[in-house]
Design a protein around this ligand. Structure first.
Ligand SMILES: [Zn+2]
Ligand SMILES: [Zn+2]
Length: 329
């Protein structure tokens, strides 16, 4: 029985009193026994929270009552239990870290929002002048993506400015119609605005992301596999597709057998990115390296140890627990 509810939301709107907002969120979540992650910035808010159904309904009510969050779009899903083990509310410079001078990215020029039905139709009608781009991290796309979509491919969202520059050339995006999607929509706001700042005019984004699409096309539609989520559920399949009919879209990095389970939390020993390695392969060797690990790109001999140390230090603040990684795309 699914008794917990998970809420996903974001809003780009100026929050003048970020510390006051942090206090409000802390107070409200503690009072309602809600767990999860909320990221607050001057430019807006981004949250994934979970709790008992009544608590989440009340939280939603209190949020929408406030002038500041008028019109905020909540996306919800049910879960067997609350998929978070703590509450983490932080004030950060950006709602999503893009790693580029933000004054050059005009959010008001973001791609046109499409409804799930419109996005679906656009993919069906796609010709040589249409490119569907998945701007999530590579490990997310490995277990599920839209038919025919091109992966960015990113290790983390802040790689996008660099990766997008080469995608624009490689895929000749300036002459094409770009259909972009991510998990819940927030990354597309920034990603589509970034592409437009690179001179790509025709950019469309899936409003509410894969999450919204699967709520509309509840058996999966054109989305293959599962949606990677940043809480303890890790991956969520189409709601109306029985688990036994959800074939794994992913493949083990090593043996290429069908596999899509990240729950063991296997990570590259150098850069700590999630690796998709099946149980059999993990039994054979429990030391993992990701494909084209940036910590090992140059000669993995003498410099290997140094690089490894550097990367371990750099990624030391990446918590092991998947739920800790929420909103840190
Ligand atoms: Zn394997
Ligand atoms: Zn690696």
């Amino acid at each position: 029985m699914k008794e917990a509810k998970v809420l996903l939301y974001y809003l780009y709107r100026e929050i003048v009193d970020v510390e006051g907002e942090k206090d409000w969120q802390l107070r409200t979540c503690e009072e309602l026994d809600i767990l999860g992650r909320v990221r607050i910035a001057r430019e807006g808010i981004n949250g994934t929270v979970g709790g008992a159904v009544d608590s989440i309904v009340e939280y939603e009510k209190r949020m929408t009552k406030r002038e500041l969050f008028r019109g905020i779009d909540f996306k919800s899903s049910m879960a067997e239990s609350v998929p978070f083990s703590n509450l983490f509310i932080q004030v950060r410079p950006e709602v999503v870290t893009l790693g580029v001078d933000r004054s050059k990215v005009d959010l008001s020029a973001a791609g046109v929002h499409l409804t799930p039905e419109e996005f679906h139709e656009e993919i069906l009608q796609a010709d040589d002048h249409t490119v569907v781009i998945d701007i999530r991290n590579e490990y997310e796309s490995k277990i599920g993506k839209f038919e025919g979509a091109v992966g960015a491919p990113l290790r983390q969202f802040s790689d996008l400015p660099r990766v997008a520059t080469s995608l624009v050339d490689q895929l000749q995006l300036k002459d094409k119609k770009v259909l972009m999607y991510c998990t819940g929509g927030v990354r597309c706001e920034l990603g589509s605005a970034l592409l437009r700042s690179y001179g790509v005019d025709q950019v469309f984004q899936l409003g509410g992301g894969i999450h919204n699409y699967l709520e509309t096309f509840r058996s999966g539609g054109l989305f293959l596999g599962k949606n990677f989520v940043f809480d303890e559920r890790i991956a969520v399949g189409p709601p109306d597709k029985e688990p036994q009919h959800q074939l794994a879209f992913g493949r083990c990095d090593r043996c290429e057998e069908s596999f899509d389970d990240y729950s063991a939390g296997r990570r590259c020993r150098y850069c700590r990115v999630l690796v998709l390695v099946c149980d059999n392969c993990a039994e054979a060797s429990c030391e993992f390296e990701c494909t084209n690990c940036p910590a090992l790109v140059s000669k993995p001999t003498k410099t290997r140890r140094k690089r490894k140390e550097k990367w371990s230090a750099a990624s030391a603040d990446v918590p092991e627990n998947s739920a800790e990684r929420v909103i840190s795309f």
